[in-house]
Design a protein around this ligand. Structure first.
Ligand code: SAM
Length: 352
């Protein structure tokens, strides 16, 4: 075997960085749940002892935690004073829950996804699926917290206006169904922005629907936002002006069946907004940082979820526009176009 030393060292450097990243994940979740990031959000330099005092934790643990984070570039270290601080950018990622760049949820999903590894290993052998609800609860909460950031940044300001006539219809008062809504992050953001409209969120996972209902009540929106347990293929109601699906089409066992059902529930001039993870149609163009995260999530979460259901198409989280277009137009929609995109998402409009 001819070993290229340079290549070996480059690969090793990358793997060591990943090894450290895997270790960072629980540290990030600890910082989140103990309020360490929130206590540093003001950007003021702090010593480990002062931070421990403010958060009801102990100095020795925080010193180690802060050093691990400083080595990762997630906090700044000031050697002259032995203090640590959170920059505005670091604060956006780790402390600003509800902001457009909050990333903690991603680590919740990533760590939660491995919690049922023995079941996944069995599924790899048998080819059987694993229903969404079989995962650790961190997956459900993390999914909502991760995707919510992107929705906060884009849904109301960019994605709704990209769908022809949607903003006007929603402002006047429309009926909207949000399918595969999970904890209802997208449904509730739309409901807050469009007080004249009524929203119906559907998901097949009862615990997620219960969380969504609690959130709607806490935000005083229960009178015009209704969440119910329903499958994408047979959710109730007709005459919707807008049907939406956020990061869930590829999770369905029978996305074509769901598309045909969506079509039957829409007003003739209504639209279906489909938001899917960003992916290029060429497989090899997705072999990058984002594609890597999505392919990993797809292997552990999305593909098993789809395989556990009727049909079990298993589109995967990197389906790409061409396959989505074929699926949607093959299910009776006459029009399909890409209306927006971000590094994380593709947005499509489908019409009858
Ligand atoms: C990746 S999560 C996305 C959740 C939510 N839309 C969001 O963006 O936070 C996928 C969701 O699809 C739901 N789901 C999977 N199969 C479904 C089906 N056949 N019908 C309805 N919901 C389904 C899961 O329960 C899960 O909540």
């Amino acid at each position: 075997m001819n070993i290229n030393e340079q290549k070996l060292h480059a690969l090793l450097g990358k793997v060591v960085s990943d090894f450290g990243a895997v270790f960072q994940a629980p540290l990030i979740l600890i910082g989140d749940s103990l309020g360490l990031y929130r206590a540093m959000r003001d950007g003021q330099p702090t010593t480990p002892a002062a931070l421990a005092e403010r958060t009801g934790t102990t100095e020795r643990y925080l010193r180690e935690w802060l050093n691990a984070h400083a080595a990762a570039g997630f906090v700044d270290y000031h050697p002259d004073h032995g203090t640590y601080s959170l920059s505005p950018e670091q604060a956006m990622l780790f402390a600003d829950e509800g902001g457009p760049a909050f990333i903690v949820g991603a680590f919740q999903v990533a760590t939660g996804a491995g919690a049922i590894r023995p079941a996944l290993e069995k599924a790899f052998r048998t080819g059987e699926g694993l229903p969404w609800q079989q995962h650790d609860h961190q997956v459900f909460h993390g999914t909502e917290r991760f995707f919510r950031s992107g929705y906060v940044a884009n849904l109301v300001p960019n994605w709704i206006p990209s769908i022809a006539g949607a903003r006007e219809a929603l402002s006047r008062g429309a009926r909207v169904a949000d399918i595969g809504c999970g904890h209802g992050a997208s449904t509730l953001l739309m409901a807050q922005a469009f007080p004249n409209s009524r929203f119906f969120g559907f998901d097949s996972h009862p615990a997620s629907v219960a969380s969504a209902q609690e959130r709607a009540a806490a935000q005083g929106l229960s009178h015009r936002v209704h969440f119910a347990v329903a499958h994408a293929k047979d959710f109730p109601g007709t005459g919707y002006d807008l049907v939406t699906i956020f990061d869930a089409l590829h999770d369905l066992g029978d996305p074509a069946g769901a598309a045909a059902h969506v079509r039957s529930t829409l007003q003739p001039e209504g639209a279906w907004m489909i938001v899917e993870p960003y992916a290029d149609d060429r497989l090899e163009a997705n072999f990058n940082a984002i594609g890597r995260a999505y392919f990993s999530a797809s292997t552990l979460l999305c593909t098993p979820c789809s395989l556990s259901q009727e049909v079990g198409l298993a589109l995967g989280a990197q389906a790409g526009e061409a396959r989505l277009r074929a699926l949607v137009t093959g299910s009776g929609f006459g029009q399909f176009r890409r209306t927006a995109q971000t590094p994380f998402h593709l947005v499509f409009e489908a019409r009858i």
